[in-house]
Design a protein around this ligand. Sequence first.
Ligand SMILES: [Zn+2]
Length: 55
Amino acid sequence: MAKCPKCGADVPKMKKSWKMAGRPDKSGKRMQLEIGLYQCPKGHTFREVLSKKKI
Ligand SMILES: [Zn+2]
C-alpha cells in the first residue's frame, strides 16, 4: 500500500509496475529498481520504488 504524496490518501493497489536499471555508482555497480505506479482516488498519479537490488 502506498500513500499519495499530494493529498495523503491511501492507495491500496498498484496500477502497474516495471523494472528499471539505475545508474551505475562510483564502483560501476548498477541497481535494478522496481517501480510501482499508483493512482489515488482523487486522480493523482505517483511512482514509488518498490525494491532495489544489485545486478
Ligand atoms: Zn492524491
